[in-house]
Design a protein around this ligand. Structure first.
Ligand code: AMP
Length: 214
């Protein structure tokens, strides 16, 4: 099964993708994670992406398309994959279609997680991540046992630069302008599976599984 998880920043794509990986046994491909790792490692890719990411802007299409093109050809993607955070523009969606068509493949479902903007700002400003193992927390909805310390590895928790309120507003605007048009794009292609993204993580997961099985 080849899936796309679509939704604004803070909709819970990453969390749901992790659960789906366990259930479906297909890899999660997160362009945001790949880019953050490149920034941490100081690679040429990371250096070229960092300024865009810190400003809440999209990294150029050519860069992310290149990443995806290489990644979907890897052996672990043979049974399928789940794209989280890609595509984010219509040219990216077109490029994905072409790359897959050349391999004789296509996307099966586009799960679109819908959450109102005010809720997204609350979710994103409270988000914290472990420096050591990358585990995610939320100061209000999913706090660690001891403030600022990871339950899993004892690492220090930090706030992603792009989770600061000003950058969040910029990211939401970018989503509205550049990514939301993909909803109509995939609806037209008959692939869109809209999901109500409010409520508990388990409830949302149940809705996604229902749609995929349905
Ligand atoms: P995310 O973790 O998916 O919210 O991504 C974090 C940041 O990485 C975004 O704000 C963009 O700067 C960059 N990024 C991730 N995926 C893409 C993409 N498909 N196209 C362009 N930029 C991306």
């Amino acid at each position: 099964m080849r899936l796309i998880l679509l939704g604004p920043p803070g909709a819970g794509k990453g969390t749901q993708a992790t659960r789906l990986v366990d259930k479906c046994g297909i890899p999660q491909i997160s362009t945001g994670e790949i880019l953050r790792a490149a920034v941490r490692e100081g690679t040429p890719l990371g250096k070229s992406a960092k300024d865009f990411m810190d400003a809440g802007k999209l990294v150029p299409d050519s860069v992310v398309i290149g990443i995806i093109e290489e990644r979907v050809k890897a052996a672990d993607c043979a049974p399928g994959f789940m794209l989280d955070g890609f595509p984010r523009t219509v040219p990216q969606a077109d490029a994905l279609k072409d790359v897959l068509a050349k391999m004789g493949l296509k996307i099966d479902h586009v799960v679109s997680i819908e959450v109102p903007n005010e809720e997204l700002v609350i979710r994103l400003t409270g988000r914290r991540m472990c420096k050591g193992c990358g585990a995610g927390y939320h100061v209000k909805f999913d706090p660690p046992k001891s403030a600022g310390v990871c339950d899993k590895c004892g690492g220090a928790l930090f706030q992603r630069d792009d989770d600061k309120e000003e950058t969040i507003r910029a990211r939401l605007k970018v989503y509205e302008d550049q990514t939301a048009p993909l909803i109509a794009y995939y609806r037209q292609a008959g692939l869109l599976r809209p999901i109500e993204g409010m409520g508990g993580m388990g409830d949302i997961f149940g809705r996604i599984v229902g749609v995929l099985n349905g």
